[in-house]
Write a protein that binds this ligand. Structure first.
Ligand code: S3P
Length: 171
């Protein structure tokens, strides 16, 4: 597979709770590629957590950092890259991903996403009285854009290894 991939990276996109980080880490292990998580890289570059970046500098500032960090990571050679849920909404990022990698949309149903995000209260976009309504709106807005990814893989409820196996089969 790595010969077929060449110097391209595998870039995972999809909503919060789609399993991008968990699936990405295991996929990287199986393929013998480095794994990077764009959210973690942004936090390291900013020296603060994502909730703090949102609270102190605002979402636009976060998006700007996200775009730059992903551009840098894509220059670093083949890897499995998990992106934050909003990253692929940026057109420049979509172009860079297309130039340097294969994009995979991890698609999941609303109830699956909600069950997973409830486990970790670290998403500023969901810190409101109606996180499920927010998620629904994000699905409406983002799904047509995620659908532009090279591959779509269903991120089922249950063990992530099944999803990893399906990606490897599809590559
Ligand atoms: C966001 C998703 C988060 C993080 C930030 C914004 C989004 O990443 O980048 O909270 O806009 O969907 P995950 O998808 O890894 O939760």
């Amino acid at each position: 597979i790595s010969r077929r991939l060449g110097v391209r990276s595998i870039v995972l996109v999809g909503l919060m709770g789609a399993g991008k980080s968990t699936v990405g880490r295991r996929l990287a292990q199986k393929l013998g590629l480095p794994f990077r998580d764009a959210d973690n890289e942004i936090e390291a570059a900013a020296g603060m957590s994502i909730p703090d970046i949102f609270a102190i500098h605002g979402e636009a500032h976060f998006r700007d950092g996200e775009r730059r960090v992903i551009a840098r990571l894509l220059q670093e050679g083949p890897m499995v890259l998990a992106t934050g849920g909003g990253a692929f909404m940026n057109e420049e990022t979509r172009v860079r991903v297309a130039e340097n990698g294969i994009s995979i949309w991890l698609r999941a149903d609303l109830d699956v996403l909600m069950r997973r995000v409830r486990k970790r209260a670290t998403r500023p976009l969901l810190q409101n009285p109606d996180p499920e309504g927010t998620m629904r709106q994000l699905m409406d807005k983002r799904h047509p854009v995620y659908a532009q990814a090279n591959l779509t893989v269903e991120s089922h409820e249950g063990p992530h290894d099944r999803v990893v196996a399906e990606i490897i089969k599809a590559l």
